[in-house]
Design a protein around this ligand. Structure first.
Ligand code: AMP
Ligand code: GLY
Length: 438
């Protein structure tokens, strides 16, 4: 006897978890859905999220998740959308799922694809997914002994969650030893650095390929390209991402089909064989090497800032898309992409990705919004008098659309220049690489 397929509810009361630019974009997209009756958010100190949602009734803490469960019951939440990886890795999806409530985002075990890079490599091996050769070490001395056998310095990664900062690309073996010490001995990322992964260094252009996965069906989204380094021309330290554009064409259509067949399908199947059902966004960070696309990492959520460049192009009822992903009925979903190009430029506070100051007054946001540019807040607050203030780090993501990538870039860069705050830094070359190579 076949199970009855769930049908989507007439209206959604949504809870959004997370507080950055990605989550502001998610809130904005959810708000477009006429069936979203109410939107609650855990992080309404973010002025952008606050403008679109209602706060929950307590101070959110992952240690007191029972309070969030109670809130969901009281408010009648029937859809929870989780933005960041950390709560997923801690098991928020299973904690908040009930017969009448679904969660967009994978369960705790599946989320280890991002939270435990050593386990992710095992799964990739079991699924025969193309990825860099690697070894895991539990002791710094063993890792260093292995280094002595190498001619070139490998990439060094903390295996746990390190907010995008746990990857080192040393040029010399001395730098590699320093990286191992920082991760394993000084414990710069705490327990996330209890083990390290030493990985073959690959080269080639990078692409972020994200797919919606409902346990079985896989819907691959248009490619986006992130810009990870802080400085123009890809210089300086790695960041969470300084900008993105979408669609990117790093991979050809044929390579995208291969990625679907050789990366997403086998991963989802391998997990299912272990009784792990993956539901949510699966993000493959890929490098196009001379031997074809290889996986650098998996993330279990939308990328930030890729999300801000993707969502304005997605034509769908986003609440329903999330609901269908969570209920295994993605095959009934209608999704298409706006043919226009999106360019997202991140405005950060001087000092990022290190320490940066908070509190600078921000002006010009209304003006660029009136011109049709999206401004997603990553780290802002509103003063009691209503002034918009920077919260430091990545402050805003400015997203412009255009009939061509050039046009989208020009608009985004003009908007980035119009918005002002003391200590503003941004890259003027987001998307420029695409114009040179294609
Ligand atoms: P990850 O957080 O694993 O995506 O790594 C962050 C960045 O480090 C990637 O976007 C790449 O630019 C770089 N990276 C990671 N792994 C490798 C690798 N095996 N070879 C070369 N670069 C890498
Ligand atoms: N922008 C890369 C990430 O979200 O991990």
């Amino acid at each position: 006897m076949s199970k009855r397929r769930p049908t989507p509810p007439d209206s959604y009361t949504v809870l959004l978890i997370g507080g950055g630019g990605r989550e502001h974009a998610l809130a904005w997209k959810l708000r477009q859905s006429p069936r979203v009756k109410a939107l609650y958010a855990t992080h309404t100190q973010n002025a952008g999220i606050a403008s679109l949602s209602q706060p929950i009734d307590h101070a959110h803490s992952m240690r007191e998740l029972y309070r969030l469960e109670l809130f969901c019951e009281r408010a009648g939440v029937n859809l929870v959308v989780v933005g960041p990886e950390a709560p997923l890795a801690e098991g928020i999806a299973e904690k908040l799922t009930t017969p009448g409530r679904v969660v967009f985002g994978p369960g705790r075990q599946a989320a280890q694809l991002e939270a435990d890079k050593a386990w992710a490599k095992q799964i990739m091996r079991a699924a025969a997914v193309p990825t860099a050769e690697s070894r895991v070490f539990k002791h710094p001395e063993e890792a260093k002994r292995y280094l002595e056998t190498r001619e070139e310095a490998p990439v060094i990664k903390a295996t746990g969650l390190a907010a995008g900062k746990g990857v080192y690309l040393p040029d010399t073996l001395e730098e590699a030893i320093k990286a191992i010490d920082e991760i394993m001995v000084q414990r710069r990322f705490g327990d996330a650095g209890a083990q390290v992964l030493l990985e073959e260094r690959l080269s080639g252009p990078e692409a972020s390929v994200l797919a919606l996965v409902d346990g079985r069906s896989i819907l691959v989204l248009d490619q986006a390209q992130d810009h990870k380094r802080i400085g123009e021309g890809d210089t300086g330290p790695n960041t969470g991402g300084m900008g993105a554009y979408c669609p990117a064409h790093v991979l050809t259509d044929e390579q995208m089909t291969r990625v679907e067949r050789e990366v997403f399908l086998p991963i989802v199947d391998t997990l299912r064989r272990d009784d792990i059902e993956y539901r949510g966004i699966l993000y493959a960070g890929l490098m196009l090497t001379p031997a074809g696309p290889k996986v650098l990492e998996f993330n279990v959520r939308f990328g930030d800032p890729e999300c801000q460049a993707l969502l304005p192009r997605m034509k769908c009822d986003f609440a329903e898309l999330c609901w269908r992903t969570a209920t295994g009925t993605l095959d009934e979903c209608e999704l298409s992409f706006d043919p226009r190009h999106a360019c997202c430029v991140v405005l950060a506070q001087h000092g990022y990705p290190g320490e940066s100051k908070k509190g600078a007054a921000i002006t010009g946001v209304d003006e660029v919004e009136r011109a049709g540019v999206h401004v997603f807040h990553a780290s802002t607050t509103r003063s009691p008098s209503g002034e918009l203030l920077s919260g430091g780090g990545r402050v805003l993501s400015v997203v412009a659309m255009g009939d061509t990538l050039e046009q989208a870039r020009e608009r985004a860069n003009a908007a980035a220049a119009t918005i002002r705050f003391e200590g503003k830094v941004y890259r003027r070359d987001i998307g420029a690489k695409a114009l040179v190579t294609h």
